[in-house]
Design a protein around this ligand. Structure first.
Ligand SMILES: Nc1ncnc2c1ncn2[C@@H]1O[C@H](COP(=O)(O)OP(=O)(O)OP(=O)(O)O)[C@@H](O)[C@H]1O
Length: 582
């Protein structure tokens, strides 16, 4: 019971924001129309129920004129029902796609703002496969909420309407007990209620494992898909390493989880189907069994028999809503769980982003970058880097060196404000803009000018400017393909991608530029040319580089070495033989 009220609470929390949003009027209008049509549908079934009396009595009495009239009446009711059915589906889908659009936009905004997507990845398993949650789960949630919600409402209205009819049609049942007669009014209603309540309890008991199995199934499917995409994206490296068989084994392992869980799902569904199929078969005949004694006793005619049986099956059908929709309800519950978990994980990541670990107050006077009391940690809490004070002056060029794995990149992440683990203060001069050039630049698939201008729209920059920076970084040969749509991350060599990254810096003109082995794929002459370009084009920019090459030294004013021995590590002026502090 507690689980049910939690589920209902979660559904309310997930649904309400849309009906309170800026789209609330269209949302409520569409929902109102869908509900109205659902009620009209129930109205049509009530009319059909009444029509049963006249129609079957006409048959029993071989009254051809009445039969013809009733056919016409039927055509009228059926025409109305057809219009209702068509427009109900149409408007339901309209509401569905609008709601999905709104929710998708909301989730995309939340996921992509404040680097929540990156924080979620660092946080690990809290929200697996966000891609699946934003695409499939949102669609399923909206479809199921409208479908089940409106269906449930129709069921309740139908239940009330037909219960009244059934109660009126069913006389009291006299049961002899200890020499007395007990009269049960509306006994047909009670028979339908008991029959359905038993069915519901049994369906719930048998189908209970389905919620968790559905939840797991969606997760395993998504994991499998993500690994397939990784193979596609890293095809070249896998081919060079001859990693096909290894990927095959891994994917097979992934699929075996789908396979194993699906078998459990099949078994659970089979057990439930044994029950629901049997239950549905009995349901077609059960009303006649209950009503027929009155017919054979001559108390009612065929028309009344048909009307009563149809009212009985409507009441019993309404009561059995839970039995017939158990699989859908189980799927809905697991989607609600997944979205609730996703929202909670995003909210936690957003709260972390609002109180960043390394936030410092921007200063009006002082160095370009000021680090104070830095304590950078790993996600598990282990100390990585500790540093009391480091000031980097305006226009200064500093090189961080140190053995691999000592934490240079993580330090840069902390300075850039995306690393959430640790404490301390990183402050920039007021109004200064910071940009990072990573070792492996992100190059989106699509047009080259979009990759170059990223994250801005290419139209926001004059084409001559794009051409000019492309030529400046030595990619002049690509000018003719600026508007070509290609798989640029696969087409461009790593060195060319690093050049593209420098071109972005020329467009962006940041005040502080962090370069994380940003020239590692280039020859020394090209590296010197690109650093020279930054020096001439961005003479006032403060540079913080990470690198292992000794040739980098000549492009920097100061070298700081991250020691590899002790933990937490700290930056000291370089004394290692390879580097001499400038
Ligand atoms: N997301 C993460 N989760 C767990 N550990 C991490 C994560 N990112 C980095 N680390 C660990 O932090 C340590 C420092 O990594 P980092 O990439 O900062 O080193 P680095 O000095 O830049 O290395 P390299 O010179 O090889 O690029 C490594 O031991 C790494 O395994």
């Amino acid at each position: 019971m507690r689980a049910l009220s939690k589920l209902l609470g979660d559904i309310y929390r997930l649904s309400m924001p849309y009906f309170r949003s800026e789209e609330r009027w269209s949302a409520m209008g569409l929902l109102g129309a869908v509900i109205g049509l659902e009620l009209a549908w129930v109205g049509a079934t009530v009319m059909l129920n009444e029509w049963n009396v006249a129609f079957y009595n006409a048959l029993q009495e071989k009254d051809f004129a009445a039969f013809k009239t009733q056919l016409l009446v039927f055509c009228g009711i059926a025409a109305g029902a057809i219009i209702v059915a068509v427009y109900q589906i149409y408007l339901k889908q309209w509401l569905e796609i609008r709601w999905r659009r709104w929710l998708t936009r909301r989730y995309l905004d939340a996921w992509l703002s404040d680097n929540v997507h990156y924080r979620l990845r660092l946080a690990g398993d809290m929200a697996d496969n966000p891609d699946q949650r934003i695409s499939e789960d949102v669609q399923l949630f909206v479809a199921r909420t409208i479908g089940v919600g409106v269906g449930l409402l129709g069921t309740v209205v139908s239940l009330v309407s037909f219960s009244v009819i059934l109660w009126t049609l069913s006389g009291p049942l006299a049961i002899p007990l200890f020499g007395h007669e007990i009269n049960i009014p509306g006994y047909l209603f009670w028979a339908a209620l008991i029959y359905s309540a038993l069915g519901t309890l049994l369906a719930h008991y048998i189908g209970r494992p389905l919620t968790k199995l559905n939840f797991d199934q969606q997760r395993y499917e998504a994991d499998f898909r993500v690994d397939l995409v990784r193979v596609r994206e890293n095809g070249e490296q896998i081919a060079l390493l001859d990693g096909g068989p290894a990927e095959d084994r891994k994917l097979e392992g992934r699929f075996s989880r789908i396979w194993g869980n699906f078998f459990d799902l099949m078994k659970a569904q089979k057990r439930l189907t044994w029950f629901t199929a049997g239950y549905n078969q009995i349901s077609t005949i059960f009303p006649f069994v209950v009503v027929s004694p009155a017919f054979f006793a001559g108390q009612i005619q065929l028309g009344q028999l048909m009307q009563t049986a149809s009212a009985f099956s409507s009441v019993q059908g309404s009561f059995s809503f839970f039995v017939s929709s158990y699989v859908t309800l189980a799927e809905w519950a697991s989607v609600v769980n997944r979205l609730t978990g996703f929202e909670a994980a995003m909210a936690a990541a957003k709260a972390d982003a609002d109180a960043p670990s390394f936030a410092g107050t921007a200063h009006a006077e002082g160095p370009a970058v000021a680090l104070r009391g830095l304590d950078v940690r790993l996600p598990g809490g282990e100390a990585l880097i500790a540093m009391e004070t480091l000031d980097i002056g305006h226009g200064e060029r500093v090189l961080f060196t140190g053995p691999s794995g000592t934490g240079k990149t993580t330090l840069l992440r902390a300075i850039a404000g995306i690393w959430p683990f640790g404490s301390g203060s990183v402050a920039l001069k007021d109004g200064h803009r910071l940009m990072v050039l990573p070792q492996k630049p992100y190059v989106p698939v699509g047009r080259l000018d979009a990759a170059l201008a990223y994250p801005h729209a290419p139209e926001s920059l004059p084409k001559e400017r794009l051409v000019e920076v492309l030529e400046a970084v030595g990619l002049g040969a690509l000018v003719g393909r600026l508007e070509a749509e290609e798989q640029w991350p696969h087409v461009l060599s790593m060195g060319e991608q690093q050049r593209l990254s420098f071109a972005r810096a020329l467009l962006e003109m940041p005040d502080v530029l962090l370069l994380d082995e940003a020239t590692s794929a280039l020859d020394e002459a090209s590296e010197a040319a690109l650093y020279g370009l930054i020096r001439t084009r961005l003479p006032a920019a403060t540079l913080v580089s990470i690198g292992h090459r000794s040739t980098l030294m000549e492009h920097h004013d100061r070298v700081l070495h991250l020691t590899g021995e002790e933990t937490p590590r700290t930056l000291r002026p370089a004394t290692a033989p390879m580097f001499v502090s400038a």
